[in-house]
Design a protein around this ligand. Sequence first.
Ligand code: ATP
Ligand code: MG
Length: 431
Amino acid sequence: MAEHLRAVKGMNDILPPDSVRWEWFETKVRALMARYGYANVRTPIVEPTALFVRGLGEVTDIVEKEMYSFEDAMNGDKLTLRPEATAGIVRAMIEHNALYNGPLRIWSQVAVFRHERPQKGRYRQFHQIDVEALGHVGPDVDAEQILMCRALCRDLGFVEGRDVRLEINSLGQPPERAAHRAALVVYFNDHAEALDDDSKRRLLTNPLRILDSKNPSMQALIEAAPKLVDHLGEASLAHLNGVRTVLDAAGVAYRNNPRLVRGMDYYNLTVFEFVTDLLGSQGTVCGGGRYDGLFEQLGGKPTPAVGWGMGIERMLLLLEAVAAPMPAPLLDVYAVVPSAAAMSAAMVLCEALRAAGLTVFMHGAGSDGWGSIKTQFKRADASGARHALIFGDAELARGEVAIKNLRVADAPQRSLPLARAAEWAAELRNA
Ligand code: ATP
Ligand code: MG
């Protein structure tokens, strides 16, 4: 056999049975979005590189070292596999003038790509649920989005405080950030000898990003640095308090974390993260906040906006960590087909059962034939199906099929007239 190829490092295949968990999660997400009236959008995986450089900021981890960028071999266009969802969505909103009729609340499920060091909970292709409210100025939508995230965590069976915690902060407005930035520059210059190389460079380009450093030896210095909250004006504080008022009224527990900054430059005012202690240093499962300046930065009309991105892989790892129960078996029926002679009749009945709303899996011939009845029953059992239907020649000749309940130990086999199959299906559905 020829040597086989492998997936790109840090990019995962999602196969059964893991994909069952994915689909279950996605069902919960869709139901959540419907409950809150968020509409689905889908944008391309590939965007012009300039979109992310302009949108995320040149001096960010993502743009500096994590993007999969390439030139289109046909025309030399500079392109990038999206490293996050928001910039592409905002581009699409501007391009289609989608806010013409007023504000929009939308969501998307996206594959994103970042060239990071792969480890548990950190991959090079990963997936996000992304939520955006576009065109709203008030703290109400900021709070709504936090409530949505809490609701999803509850739907998934997480316990607040134990499995996930909420942290919030305000990044203020650009002039407040400028005042804070000036104070930071003075502070870090006074402690220049303690800065690592990355931070020294960032001191000249984007000092706020130093606070984002993951270098453990920098943490004490960062902890004692001037805080942005001390530079916030009245309006910014009022916005933050507006969010807190709703969270308090709705009984949401949170921690004010003045050190919370986000990895992209586009955020202002509210920022928040849902974090867990159960996934080591990959503890942020959801991050979001306001980005009122991004539309203008990308050439659109000034448009207030707020959103969050949730890492699906991390949410699923967290589900495993808390051993949340998994969904019941998916199949109502596994059709056992002893020989090719029964195949056509079996397929017709399976179609009728599916049309009646049952989930039906029919055994298929492999390269070594249909296999023994014993083998087929083993498969039927392993499939998790509730019933096996056995299409024996003798039964078919009498216009019947045999049924065995696979979930009751030693259940007797009984026969069902083919003409009554739809009735049986209806009984099973209502059971
Ligand atoms: P981190 O600080 O862990 O690098 P981030 O701030 O870069 O996260 P965001 O850009 O806010 O993450 O993305 C939203 C969510 O996507 C994160 O909260 C996290 O759950 C998930 N995420 C981010 N990077 C990865 C990755 N490389 N692999 C898997 N999930 C990721
Ligand atoms: Mg990151």
